[in-house]
Design a protein around this ligand. Structure first.
Ligand SMILES: *Cc1c(COP(=O)(O)O)cnc(C)c1O
Length: 444
């Protein structure tokens, strides 16, 4: 690495290990009390409420064009389930104990696009459509938004483009929703993107441009093309506050689900959330929503592949989007396609600076083993990237850093009441033959 950069890097010991591809845990030395940390951030609960209200306005439209959302009145939401058999399975397979109860947030089963991106991605498309419609005097915010499904609106949106760069799932969410509204949508897909996702998008009416390069290249070209066209809107995964707020609504939704199930989160019942991280937008937005709702009783950890720990190198070094995993000598290659992002979002890194508890990294072979574990124990299918969420509960009692965190937070005698919530970020749309292929993949 460039010496001038290295001299500015914090946590050099840890980052040496990370650059050698070792599984690591970074505990955030910058973690602060939630009220203080949240006060420093330019986004607030009011912004999340605003996003939630916008999604509610669009519910009649969503219900109309996506009948699978009918039983949830047009809200795009996923189940929250307890997974006791998986807990037993993990404890046995990894010779550990997971104190407390293990739940799973099934964003793998979110309607429309089957991944966590159905939160932020779809929200940003809806917001853009609303902005255009308001600007052109086609609706008032008090109208019934099922008019967005009309031919008149469709042909209006046909005069506009939406573009996005993606490793796959974001493109699916943006592509499907934009096409349904009538936009000309162009998805710039990185080399990591799976063929079936490109096929599905084309079939839904999106234009797909393929790149031999990684995600950063797809984003760069997408942004350039879009900026050159005044009728084109670019969804900026690296910096978008709109995407971020779409994800953040999850905190309020989960609070309601916990209440329905009689689950208490307080100082005696700490909540641990574990989220697979790519560029940072989805896990960052969800984390922000949870810290707003549950404050210091929520402990949020991200998980990343050892070869692509972009948020870890950005946050632990203190240099955020100034550095990429390649700067640390890592390949940037992973089987976790949803996490294949080499440079973190600087925006998310700065918002997470005093809110995130830490980041754990895993070798790729674990995610296939964990996928087989969840299929076997609970009969739930998740895509490999999503199974990275289980790496948190697995490592909680197996690493000195995590054990020390529990002590430092004075949680030792609270852990028997803990609620663990790995975030299943995707999977329901994976075709049967690809599932079969994944189930038979052994990297070690
Ligand atoms: C996109 C994605 C993530 C991570 O989201 P980022 O916003 O890129 O950090 C995690 N899991 C899956 C399945 C994804 O598609």
């Amino acid at each position: 690495m460039d010496q001038a950069i290295w001299s500015r890097v914090r946590n050099q010991g840890l980052l040496k290990n990370v650059s050698n591809g070792m599984e690591s845990v970074w505990i955030n030395e910058g973690l602060e009390d939630a009220p203080k940390a949240l006060a420093e951030i330019p986004l607030s609960m009011k912004d999340i409420d605003d996003a939630e209200a916008r999604l509610a306005r669009f519910a009649p439209f969503i219900r109309k064009v996506f009948p699978e959302t009918e039983n949830n009145n047009g809200l795009i939401e996923s189940p929250l389930v307890e997974i006791p058999s998986m807990k037993e399975c993990l404890e046995k397979e990894y010779t550990t104990t997971i104190s407390g109860r293990l739940f799973l947030k099934l964003d793998s089963n979110l309607p429309i696009s089957g991944s966590v991106k159905a939160r932020g991605g779809i929200y940003e498309v809806l917001k853009h459509a609303e902005d255009l419609a308001l600007e052109h005097g086609m609706v008032k915010t008090t109208d019934d938004y099922s008019v967005f499904a009309s031919d008149e609106f469709k042909s209006f949106f046909g005069g506009f483009k939406i573009q996005v760069g993606s490793t796959g799932n974001l493109g699916m969410s943006i592509g499907i929703m934009s096409a349904v509204l009538g936009f000309h949508v162009i998805v710039h897909m990185s080399a990591d993107a799976k063929q079936w996702k490109k096929d599905l998008l084309r079939q839904r009416g999106a234009e797909v441009v393929e790149y031999a390069d990684d995600y950063s290249k797809a984003v760069e070209v997408g942004r350039e093309n879009s900026d050159a066209d005044p009728k084109s809107y670019f969804v900026d995964d690296e910096n978008s506050q709109t995407l971020f707020l779409g994800y953040a609504v999850a905190g309020k939704r989960v609070k309601a689900q916990f209440e329905e199930q009689g689950i208490k989160i307080d100082a005696d019942h700490p909540l641990f959330v574990y989220i697979p991280c790519g560029v940072g937008g989805a896990p960052g937005g969800v984390a922000f929503g949870f810290k707003q709702i549950f404050g210091d009783n929520a402990h949020i950890f991200f998980t990343e592949p050892t070869e692509v720990p972009c948020m870890l190198i950005g946050m632990a070094s203190g240099l955020h989007s100034e550095v990429s995993v390649q700067d640390f000598g890592l390949s940037g290659k992973t089987d976790a396609d949803g996490l294949a992002v080499g440079r973190p979002s600087g925006f998310v890194g700065s918002v997470m600076e005093h809110l995130l508890s830490g980041i754990l990294t895993f070798e790729d072979y674990h995610i296939y083993d964990l996928m087989r574990d969840i299929v076997k124990s609970e009969d739930l299918f998740l895509e490999p990237s999503a199974c990275a969420s289980f790496w948190g509960p697995v490592q909680l009692d197996r690493t000195d850093e995590m054990k020390q965190y529990i002590k430092d937070m004075n949680l030792t005698d609270k852990m028997q009441n803990a609620i663990h919530l790995p975030w299943a970020t995707g999977g329901s749309l994976v075709p049967a033959e690809i599932r079969e292929e994944y189930m038979n993949t052994y990297l070690k």
